[in-house]
Design a protein around this ligand. Structure first.
Ligand SMILES: [Ca+2]
Ligand SMILES: [Ca+2]
Ligand SMILES: [Ca+2]
Ligand SMILES: [Ca+2]
Length: 318
């Protein structure tokens, strides 16, 4: 709260839904943090603007909490995790040049840097966040797409190298999509294999492996999440406005149209009823199809070029 005039400015301007003015002010400070109210943990909207190295977050409704953090550059890859387990997405980026992550912990308002002490060939790996041990905090993983090795640093141990885990699940060309398919509270190691159009899941509870064919094409998004509230993540794909879901418990499939062809899927539980809601972001507007209410709704937050962030896995097949 270093600048009351600035906060007043934000309060007045945020209803216009344009972050441009905020960004202009934000770049004058090396690290800017403004928090007004607490956005509801379950339903916050988050965007990363790489061109300004800016993270912004607000509640599901325009009149709820709002925060801005400056972290990262356009060369960094935004991460989607709640690494301190307070329910809020932590602004965080993966920097491949240093093989490290920078995480802004929302609970402490500090940045921590976490480096992976592994071979340089891994540096081209994909950084993935998921709560693999079920303590409510996202763990940091580097997935090596050449070997299928997952290198995990656990939040519980302060991302210590001593307690790191290397687990082989997958093979060359696989796309990592960890999610809790068996409903034990821990994300399961899981990959999508484009060559076979199949999902390979290692269930954390039973240690059982599943292989399920459920196709997804290049350019489509893998979006596994619990869409019916039974506690188990469902296999799901979004592409060009189409959603396709394979429900874990019933084995039934569902397909429907929701979202523009250019939209990015942002599934999350925006109404807080425990079911992940279908949602997309397109050119600065969030569109919701919430599980507890009929019909569609929309909120403007962000601009074209921003990256919308959700705690669910969203991974595009390149
Ligand atoms: Ca957090
Ligand atoms: Ca964890
Ligand atoms: Ca699990
Ligand atoms: Ca919901």
């Amino acid at each position: 709260m270093r600048n009351n005039a600035f906060i007043t400015d934000l309060l007045l301007k945020r209803r216009s839904s344009s972050l441009y003015r905020i960004a202009l002010i934000g770049v004058q400070l090396s690290l800017l943090v403004i928090t007004i109210d607490a956005a509801s943990p379950v339903d916050s909207l988050t965007i990363f603007r790489g061109s300004k190295g800016l993270w912004a977050q607000q509640g599901r409704d325009n009149d709820s909490g709002f925060s801005v953090v400056k972290l990262g550059t356009k060369n960094d890859v935004p991460l989607n995790g709640d690494f301190d387990g307070d329910g809020y997405i932590d602004p965080a980026i993966w920097r491949s040049s240093t093989a490290s992550a920078l995480i802004w912990k929302t609970s402490e308002a500090v940045v921590v840097e976490i480096a992976f002490e592994i071979a340089s060939k891994i540096f081209a790996g994909k950084a993935v966040s998921a709560d693999l041990d079920g303590d409510g905090k996202s763990d940091l993983t580097l997935f090596d797409p050449e070997t299928g090795n997952w290198h995990v640093l656990f939040a519980k141990s302060g991302f210590s190298q001593e307690t790191s885990l290397t687990f082989c699940w997958g093979q060359m060309g696989d796309v990592p999509v960890p999610a809790d398919h068996d409903g034990d509270g821990r994300a399961d190691f899981a990959v999508f294999r484009p060559s076979e159009q199949s999902w390979h899941i290692f269930e954390s509870r039973s240690q059982r492996s599943l292989s399920i064919v459920f196709p997804a094409k290049t350019g489509e998004y893998l979006v596994p999440a619990d869409y019916n509230g039974d506690g188990r993540a469902d296999i799901a794909v979004f592409g060009k406005g189409y959603w396709r879901i394979l429900y874990s418990t019933s084995g039934k499939t569902e397909a429907f149209v929701f979202g523009q062809a250019s939209a990015i899927p942002v599934p999350a539980d925006y109404d807080g009823d425990g079911e992940t809601d279908f949602a997309v972001w397109n050119e600065g507007t969030w569109y919701f199809y919430e599980s507890s209410k009929p019909g569609l709704s929309a909120v403007r937050f962000g601009e074209p070029g921003d990256v919308p962030i959700t705690l669910r896995q969203v991974r595009k097949i390149e």
